[in-house]
Design a protein around this ligand. Structure first.
Ligand SMILES: [Fe+2]
Ligand SMILES: [Fe+2]
Length: 279
């Protein structure tokens, strides 16, 4: 299967065209069909698709990694172009979510959940397909479903909360799922924000596919909030994994991205708006 992955939404711009935003989305073009993984926060998915010569009407399925606004906010704009399409999600994608942040010395609460109701998205053409478990969504294409948390060093982000059945608790992101393509060169894994923990996700993918060779790991590993010790544990585990390329984006954090570049050298690249990986 020939595959080309293009980053449509991302915090940084890597080409002469396109706009950055706090969010993530990539388009996966294959000879069997085209897929959209996440939709950014809504500002740039359509404009960036146009300047990068990508036709969002061509997509066969949409996958949402989790219910944060910066991965789901562009869904209405995509649906207005595409119309009826399957949107694969975990049922918790619609949870109410809050981030508690320290800004200018003050504690600020922000709503960070999916900004649209299910019924509105359905009226625009979304056909939600729910999964909690590892599932094949196309030939050689899989969603991880819920990822078991086994590592000691990958902890939930203490700034993030969600509401389930009227109770607000630290958000453990059971809806966090990654997309896997089984290619001739090895597995390609696209993370959303990796709220389950990047190493937990890799271990889950190895367990479920029975394969250990990764051609590429892309997307946001959410390493920014980890302590230096936790970050080093993550990098140590990553180095024990067989990976040809690591192309991080979005919620990686500059400190972690620089460390990954140090460790992975030419195998590392930063996935900006417009970055392409051809397999
Ligand atoms: Fe994110
Ligand atoms: Fe997130």
């Amino acid at each position: 299967m020939k595959t080309r992955i293009t980053i449509l939404c991302e915090n940084l711009v890597g080409r002469l065209v396109g706009s950055g935003e706090h969010g993530y989305s990539c388009l996966i073009e294959t000879d069997k069909g085209n897929y959209l993984f996440d939709t950014g926060n809504g500002h740039s998915v359509v404009p960036n698709s146009l300047v990068l010569n990508k036709d969002l009407k061509s997509i066969n399925k949409i996958f949402l990694s989790h219910g944060h606004y910066d991965h789901t906010g562009g869904l209405p704009e995509v649906l207005k172009l595409k119309g009826k399409v399957d949107v694969h999600v975990h049922p918790y994608v619609f949870l109410d979510r809050i981030a508690v942040l320290k800004e200018n010395g003050k504690e600020t609460k922000r709503f960070v959940g999916i900004p649209y109701k299910k019924g509105y998205l359905e009226s625009l053409g979304a056909n939600f397909v729910f999964n909690k478990d590892f599932v094949e969504v196309g030939k050689g294409i899989f969603l991880t479903g819920e990822v078991p948390r086994n590592t000691s060093f990958e902890k939930p982000d203490p700034r993030l909360f969600s509401e389930i059945d009227g109770r607000v608790n630290q958000d453990i992101f059971l809806d966090d799922q990654s997309l896997i393509f089984d290619t001739d060169k090895g597995l390609v894994v696209i993370l959303g924000c990796a709220h389950s923990g990047m190493i937990n996700i890799i271990n889950h993918v190895i367990h479920k596919t029975g394969k250990e060779k990764f051609h590429a790991i892309l997307g946001g590993p959410h390493l920014d909030f980890l302590t230096p010790e936790q970050l080093e544990e993550s990098i140590k585990s990553l180095k024990e994994t067989k990976i040809d390329k690591i192309g991080v984006s979005h919620c990686t954090g500059m400190r972690a991205a620089f460390r990954l570049h140090q460790e992975f050298g030419d195998r590392f690249f930063y996935g900006c708006v417009g970055s392409v990986l051809e397999i």
